[in-house]
Design a protein around this ligand. Sequence first.
Ligand code: TRP
Length: 456
Amino acid sequence: MKKNENSRSSFSGKLGYVLAVAGSAVGLGNIWRFPYLAAKYGGGIFLLTYLILMLTFGYALIVSETALGRMTKRSPVGAFRSFGKSAPFRFGGWINAVIPMLIVPYYSVIGGWVVKYLFEYLRQNTAALAKDGYFDSFIANSSETELWFLLFCLMVIAVLFAGVKQGVERVSKIMMPLLVLLAVFVAAYSVTRPGALEGVAYFLIPNFKNFSWMTVVAAMGQMFYSLSIAMGILYTYGSYIKKDVDIEKSTQQVEIFDTAIAMLAGLMIIPAVFAFSGGDAATLKAGPSLMFITIPKVFASMDFGTGAGILFFLLVLLAALTSAISLAESGVSTFEDQLGWSRAKSTLLMGAVILLFGSASALGFGVLDFVRILGMSVLDFFDFLTNSLMMPVAALSTCFLVTRVAGLDRIIREVEQSSAFRRKKMYCFFMKYLAPICIVVILLSSIASVLGWITL
Ligand code: TRP
């Protein structure tokens, strides 16, 4: 471990910390992933499940990871190791550290799709993008998807090499408010289209008829993904904060902000499915392509649709870039710390991982279309592997560390160094009972679905 306590950089202040965490939390997960899952897995009932999980389980995990990071002043691998050297500790640290390395390749593929759409709006191809089938023929074209993927990677890797992280944070501070404004505008436009109200109702009002077990599995995966938990990121961020940051309050602020953006994205996209595609079931279940088929229809119907399209995809691109950069950055610093490699060498290795797994995901809808892993395309497989299998295990290892090794008392003392711990009792209950039970149940259902025992 090269970085010691004194040389460890820290955030400038409380606001700086919240903004940094919010910046890494808000990304494609909010704008692209949340709406398609909500549309697919039951609308309002998905939203309700998501909110409950976030306020209980998610809350407890964020507090735990941040407190453990601040306590040990280490990223996940080092944080786990500081409690013990045996295999379970090594495993717990590494599973947290490896997840971002597996996410960033396929994240960059979606980033590439965003660059492609931005480019087409810049060329004023607004009407063509809104045509049915446009997206499908685009992703089936392997040389195109690979090209746009490479372009996005290049931006990420260039930033990592240049090490201009500070600049990235500054960009994201300006970009976030703009993104919120534009999202409010597009959502307002979307929900006032004829026929859109049905979609608003579908998204906001829980209907138990739409509930399936997969609603819970998907909501939990999404919660991990969107809040960047169960992958070691918050250990690292926690290790940078000073003792005066109110961990509970900042957790709340990040959760509110992240959820607000996700809900705005839901309101942009789901009502539009009803207004422009009559809410047909196939479109609602479109999955990863939902944003790319629906949003262009909204813009094509607007007066200044091309301008709105350019602005929208530009902001989404920036949000995606900042997230991809922090994901990759976490991989790079793991290599630096654990392998003792130079920054340049670590960046090259991370770049190689992104190119290899990312290309496989990018080509998975074209020339590699025949490749099916457990019945899934490569991109879907990586998404499933990380969100439904590995993150629950990572979360379980954090629960274990908190309840069995460090002890709840120590976490509580850590939080109380800066403020009263208002939801202490709830926190203990969640960590001791709710979280482990949820995780085990989710994990078993994911495995059962892979083995074909149940269809989720
Ligand atoms: N939360 C990000 C999003 O919503 C994605 C993400 C997951 C992430 N883990 C992360 C971003 C770690 C930065 C760091 O898109």
